[in-house]
Design a protein around this ligand. Structure first.
Ligand code: GAL
Length: 855
């Protein structure tokens, strides 16, 4: 009996085993490629991919971001892996909070999307030290990104660690997971030669090491012209239509299509027009591309001290299709969504037919794809930057705006033109709210919070770290455990020096390798200086007040994000190189080789007074009138969350420079540093012609970054502890939380451009009743159209937020739009004679512009 039971158990076990084996086997996805595309389970694929970096938002935002990407027509989420966020010291790993990579990948998987894992582990990415841990630079004998044993050892270690982690979770497509591609290294081909003899062997080693990881899906290397088989070399640029991979057996992939650009403190705000992003994508697919990844699709935030640089801002908004706060940026997001729909309608002929190129003019051409089942798709482009053009294609005339591509999924009807933005626009605002004392705080009767104030001493606090004649390098000394390093010295002034008379002041002259400096003499701030995104070195020169006898010079040197790219970038230093006092009787005193006393970091940082368990380790002075313009000051307030549930930005416009935390979470560096008025900001952005980051900038003379994202999930219902460290002086009573929300939405439609739902494309092409142009308006979730601010059918001018009526205007417009749209989530209005006076101003091309308020 026992024996029978035993064999039954074995049989049961066998069946279970078989079931699991078959089950997991059947879930596995086969990913390969040919010259045309990635092949997933035997099917060629056109893929639209979106970079969303997990540590640049918080886990609470991930599902929403991924959902918004999916709704935008995205199939794949792409992320780098951030080595220095994970391997905090050799062999000591962290995967919690924003660094929970497994959780992020699971959310992508649950959304039914694919994932591209760019392991790097060097990533650039405007991320501190390009993602490589700072400790690795101090492992003796290490040189990054070349044929160097310690570097290769640690790189292989980390890559293997991540690969094994992904394997354990069955995340590779070959195991049934979402990962369809993985990347090793990053844009090394661009600098390989500069590394001399170590360059090529390193690149080849990296490729081989990656392939040996046996992940069952292809590897890619971006901007790696010599990527060896089977690794696919891919393109990163503003345009990749002219790119060809290094083998006829590899598909044409675009890993970084930059739909905007990043910002540096003290510079303008770059914007890339949606028409040009769409043009670049359409050209890429026209010319045989099959995978396009937007870098970034959601840029997010460089929380804490994660931003690279130097000088990369805390915001990494990137002018991306989803804004820093997680809200779809319109019209960019919507324009690209429609583009994606149009491209997907072409998928079959594009992937199964060879293209025929037709020249339609000197700068106009069509690429026509026909498949064996009779499918036909065409891309007709006009590369002329100035002129529109009417071209003839298969005996039909097509009007092409300058610098645009028309997509014809059936070789007849235009589904989309990259220069005609049909999607609605929105205007966002930051609604300010002064800080409110928390209900749990002792002073709940007053609304403005009481402040706790703690002022640090300028110079050495506690015991000095060391004394040395001359200067040390800032980064080699702090090892990036903090932004701050004090350099202090003293010198004597004779009683008979004329500079003591106040009429002839002495001058302090300092040179630094970077990045920023506040100079104190006898505990008083004399001035500040800093480099910029182009050149981190700087000079400081300021008159100073000295006293007879001993004068104390305390110089606070700061880094603002470590170098993140470039050949041998890890050797770029920072800190003081020369300090002199001019104007003394004997001329100039050079203090550079003095005995300098050093202190790493701030007292408040050492005591962690921004965290719950360190908060009480200093004596905060409690006041409802905190000091203003006082350097080296810590401020603390217990506050309520701002009302509503919109995303929150901390408004630091009246503050100087420093760091901020909420409930111990690092908001990051703030610095409302103004950009120079000498920079150029065009009054209008011309989308035509090649884009460069400085082409369509805004914000000349304005603070580069005023608001700092504080994720909603960091707030508690009450008793939130906001801690600020202000370096040079500001007014904390002016700090506000601002809620980000949509003020108005605008939509327009013109008689000559039918805007239709691409989802109903087959119905549309089959119907004879074409060209009923229809305006679509939609409010954000949870809001209704409450006011029609503007509506004009005729020849209105201006743009969203500043429309005005033209000479031709149907006076019934407002009443008509109000009737259809008020108190609705959204509405559609056709340009038909039932709705408008279509006979108005004969001969003129009329349009309808609407601005509505959602609340
Ligand atoms: C690329 C790099 C990215 C990012 C980008 C600019 O060269 O691969 O990581 O730095 O430039 O945003």
């Amino acid at each position: 009996m026992a024996k029978r039971n035993f064999s039954f158990a074995i049989l049961l076990f066998f069946f279970f085993f078989l079931f699991f084996f078959l089950f997991s086997f059947s879930l596995a996805t086969n990913v390969s490629y040919d010259h045309r595309s990635l092949i997933i389970d035997g099917q060629r694929k056109l893929l639209l991919s979106a970079s969303i970096h997990y540590p640049r938002s918080v886990p609470g935002m991930w599902p929403g971001l991924i959902k918004t990407a999916k709704e935008g027509g995205i199939d794949v989420i792409e992320t780098y892996v951030f080595w220095n966020g994970h391997e905090l010291s050799p062999g000591n790993y962290y995967f919690g909070g924003r660094y929970n990579l497994v959780k992020f990948v699971k959310i992508v998987q649950q959304a039914g999307m694919h994932l591209i894992l760019r392991i790097g582990p060097f990533v650039a990415a405007e991320w501190n030290f390009g993602g490589v841990p700072v400790w690795l630079h101090y492992v003796p004998g290490t040189v990054f990104r070349t044929d160097n044993e310690p570097f290769k050892h640690h790189m292989q270690n980390f890559t293997t660690y991540i690969v094994n982690m992904m394997k354990r979770e069955k995340f590779f497509a070959s195991q049934g997971g979402p990962i369809i591609l993985a990347q090793i290294e990053n844009e090394y081909g661009d600098i390989e030669r500069i590394y001399g003899d170590g360059g090529k062997p390193y690149a080849m080693w990296a490729a081989k090491m990656a392939v040996a990881q046996d992940i069952g899906v292809p590897w890619i290397m971006c901007q790696q012209y010599d990527a060896p088989d089977p690794v696919i070399n891919t393109c990163n640029s503003f345009y990749c239509d002219q790119f060809t991979p290094n083998s006829p057996n590899k598909p044409k992939f675009w890993t970084e299509n930059w739909p905007g650009w990043f910002k540096t403190f003290g510079s303008r705000d770059p914007h890339r027009p949606p028409e040009d992003v769409a043009f670049a994508v359409a050209r890429f697919f026209q010319k045989g591309g099959s995978l396009n990844n937007y870098y970034m699709y959601h840029g997010g935030t460089n929380f804490g001290r994660t931003s690279g640089g130097p000088f990369i801002t805390t915001s990494y908004d990137y002018d991306a299709p989803i804004d820093e706060y997680g809200i779809a940026r319109l019209p960019k997001w919507g324009h690209l969504k429609q583009l994606h729909e149009a491209i997907k309608l072409c998928e079959h002929p594009m992937l199964h037919g060879e293209p025929t190129l037709l020249s339609l003019g000197s700068l106009q051409e069509a690429d026509v794809y026909t498949d064996s089942s009779g499918g036909c798709a065409a891309f007709i482009s006009n590369m002329d930057e100035e002129n529109e053009k009417t071209v003839y294609f298969q005996n039909v005339s097509y009007h092409l705006p300058p610098w645009s591509v028309s997509i014809l999924p059936d070789c007849k009807n235009v589904a989309f033109n990259t220069a005609k933005v049909g999607h609605q626009t929105s205007i966002m605002e930051m609604v300010p709210e002064y800080l409110q004392a928390s209900m749990t705080s002792p002073d709940k009767e007053s609304k403005a919070p009481k402040w706790g104030v703690y002022v640090e001493k300028a110079g050495i606090w506690g015991e000095a770290d060391f004394v040395k004649n001359g200067f040390v390098d800032h980064i080699n000394t702090t090892k990036d455990t903090t932004d701050y390093l004090w350099y202090t010295t003293s010198f004597y002034v004779n009683e008979n020096e004329e500079i003591l008379s106040n009429r002839n002041q002495a001058t302090l002259v300092i040179s630094s390798k970077g990045h920023a400096l506040h100079a104190f003499v006898n505990q008083k701030l004399q001035g500040s200086a800093s480099g910029n995104g182009l050149n981190s070195t700087f000079d400081f020169e300021s008159p100073i007040l000295l006293k007879a006898g001993k004068n104390e010079i305390s110089l606070l040197s700061m880094t603002v994000g470590l170098q993140n790219a470039g050949p041998f970038y890890e050797w770029v230093g920072a800190g003081l190189t020369s300090v002199k006092v001019k104007g003394l009787k004997n001329g100039t005193v050079d203090l550079s080789s003095n005995a300098w006393t050093y202190k790493i970091g701030l007292e408040g940082e050492h005591l962690k007074i921004y965290q719950a368990n360190g908060l009480n380790s200093v004596k905060w002075q409690s006041t409802s009138e905190p000091p203003k313009n006082q350097p080296l000051t810590w401020y603390k307030a217990v506050v309520d969350p701002p009302s509503g549930d919109e995303p929150v930005g901390l408004d630091m416009i009246e503050m100087g420079k420093g760091l901020a935390w909420l409930n111990g979470e690092e908001i990051g560096r703030y610095w409302p540093r103004r950009s120079s008025l000498h920079e150029e900001c065009p009054s209008e952005c011309n989308y035509r012609g090649k884009f460069m980051p400085n082409k369509c900038s805004t914000g000349c003379g304005e603070p580069t970054q005023r608001w700092y994202h504080v994720p909603r999930s960091w707030f508690k219902p009450s008793g939130n502890i906001l801690v600020i460290f202000e370096e040079k002086g500001g007014d904390p009573t002016k700090i506000k939380f601002s809620r980000r929300r949509t003020t108005s939405v605008c939509a327009h439609v013109s008689e000559d451009y039918p805007s239709f739902d691409l989802e109903s494309w087959p119905k549309y092409t089959a119907s004879t009743k074409k060209n009923i142009a229809t305006l679509h308006l939609k409010c954000p979730e949870g809001t209704l159209i409450s006011t029609i601010k503007f509506a004009s059918f005729g020849t209105p001018t201006g743009k969203c937020g500043s429309y005005s009526k033209g000479d031709c205007h149907d006076p019934k417009s407002i009443a008509m739009v109000e009737k259809v749209c008020l108190n609705k989530k959204g509405c559609d209005i056709a340009l038909s004679k039932d709705n408008f006076n279509m006979g108005l101003c004969p001969g003129l091309m009329k349009k309808l512009d609407v601005e509505a308020v959602c609340s």
